[in-house]
Design a binder for this molecule. Structure first.
Ligand code: ATP
Length: 455
């Protein structure tokens, strides 16, 4: 009975017009090629949950790559095909323009092929065509992610629910499709926790047991660092990632990833502060978003020895650039925190703090903010981020040349000194900057003259 539910009107109500049109277009096109076509996975789940999700995943019973090429032609997009997996990604720019007359952002549609031969089933199964979507869905992680909605014109909006996904969404529970699911792919342990926390669901009883079993069997050890890192990054990108981490701790998953991982009161407090700082920063609408995974990892490894920090980077097979940045940022932050231990506000502190924080990546500055308990210091770091990093001098090297100075390394010294004066409020105007620079140039000339006399 539930299998025949149509969510056509819900889709009309929930989806932006252009998305809906693309789905309809895909349905018509597939029909003309005699293929059955479905939207699947998180996209369907989020329609039922009434959450926004613009990542469309399509599954075609037929030649997925040929279909993707044909759809891309209609949308005026390009196709990246992966022959081996019979999947393709369509990238296209929707027609029309954004608020400021710029072209709209590129969009992606993933297309996969559902074919029974993938799954090594006996060749003589009767309903090959009909069951391939079922097989595709059966490979998925959780019932709530194993929903499909048909797009062919006559069945547009027909919900395909073989595994009780609608019931589980209603009961708000995360359930695997079969008891070997975590053996097949242990990253699903992290995924279960991530979806549970994001949707405020509960991992089902049997699924909980299977997770505990998988942990006991040390299945996490079998995971490649790259897959683990990828899944951990997705987790740390969640809005309330601390809840995910606490749940991981409860299941002993953290230890299983790296033995020194633990969330004690100390980590919990720090990670909570990190979340607060991230929320605060998000409200500033700055163009660069901080890498949440980096901050999360800094929080998780705050009390680690250098050796353990390197150990984590190795276990997660972090790409060289990420590894270098993570290890270097830790060192930098320790040093800066040490330096700031005795910090107190006085004349010259603004520029002083500016030059201390300047070498740090954004994530480092946010980490320092989360780590410090000194409210005054925190305010000044926030001033640094919101205002001082955007300060620029009005004078340039040209002005120094006009003062008769030969270009050289002392140029940047002088300009930095003028910037310090400006940050501390001693050179608020262009004229004041020039006056300050002139004084420095005169001092320098005297110094140079002295140096010449000594020769
Ligand atoms: P998100 O909202 O985080 O993007 P999503 O459900 O769209 O969630 P993706 O990681 O984009 O998640 O995966 C898309 C779909 O692919 C999932 O809905 C699920 O059906 C399937 N899937 C992804 N990873 C796995 C996995 N490890 N095992 C089984 N199925 C998976």
């Amino acid at each position: 009975r539930t299998r025949e539910r149509s969510i056509r009107s819900l889709m009309r109500e929930r989806l932006p017009q252009d998305r809906l049109e693309i789905l309809e277009e895909a349905g018509r096109l597939a029909e003309s090629m005699s293929y059955q076509i479905y939207a699947v996975g998180g996209f369907v789940r989020d329609i039922l949950l009434r959450r926004e999700n613009l990542d469309v995943d399509l599954v075609v019973e037929g030649d997925g790559i040929a279909f993707a090429r044909a759809l891309a032609r209609k949308l005026g997009g390009r196709v990246r095909a992966h022959k081996k997996f019979r999947t393709a990604v369509i990238v296209y720019t929707p027609p029309g323009e954004g608020e400021n007359g710029k072209p709209l952002e590129e969009q992606k549609v993933d297309v996969a092929t559902a074919r029974l031969e993938y799954y090594e089933y006996p060749a003589a199964l009767p309903t090959v065509e009909l069951s391939s979507i079922k097989m595709d869905l059966f490979r998925r992680d959780f019932t709530v992610n194993a929903l499909a909605v048909q797009l062919n014109p006559n069945d547009f909006g027909r919900l395909v629910d073989f595994f009780g996904a609608q019931r589980d969404i209603k009961e708000r529970v995360i359930r695997v499709l079969h008891s070997l699911s975590f053996v097949e792919d242990p990253t699903r342990i992290l995924r279960a926790i991530r979806f549970e926390q994001r949707f405020h669901f509960r991992i089902g009883k049997q699924t909980t047991r299977l997770i505990k079993n998988a942990i006991q069997l040390k299945l996490i050890d079998r995971l490649s660092g790259a897959r683990l890192f990828n899944e951990l990054k997705l987790m740390l990108r969640e809005k309330d990632f601390l809840l995910d981490l606490l749940r991981m701790e409860e299941f002993d998953v953290l230890k299983a990833i790296y033995p020194a991982f633990a969330i004690t009161q100390r980590e919990e407090t720090l990670l909570r502060e990190i979340e607060k700082v991230l929320n605060w920063y998000a409200l500033l609408y700055e163009p660069t978003a901080p890498r949440q995974w980096l901050l999360g990892l800094m929080g998780l490894t705050e009390r680690f020895s250098d050796e353990d920090a390197r150990g984590v980077a190795t276990r997660l097979a972090m790409p060289p650039k990420d590894r270098r940045e993570f290890l270097y940022l830790r060192k930098q932050c320790m040093a800066v925190l040490e330096q700031l231990n005795t910090w107190k506000y006085e004349d010259g502190s603004r520029s002083g703090l500016y030059f201390i924080l300047e070498p740090l990546a954004l994530e480092g500055i946010l980490f320092i903010m989360a780590r410090t308990r000194d409210e005054d210091l925190r305010k000044h770091i926030s001033l640094h981020l919101t205002k001082l990093t955007h300060e620029e001098l009005e004078i340039t090297g040209e002005d120094l040349i006009a003062m008769g100075l030969e270009p050289g390394p002392h140029f940047s010294q002088i300009l930095r000194a003028v910037l310090a004066a400006k940050l501390d409020g001693h050179a608020p105007t262009l004229l004041a900057e020039l006056g300050y620079a002139e004084r420095l140039v005169r001092q320098m000339r005297r110094g140079e003259a002295g140096a010449l006399r000594n020769k």
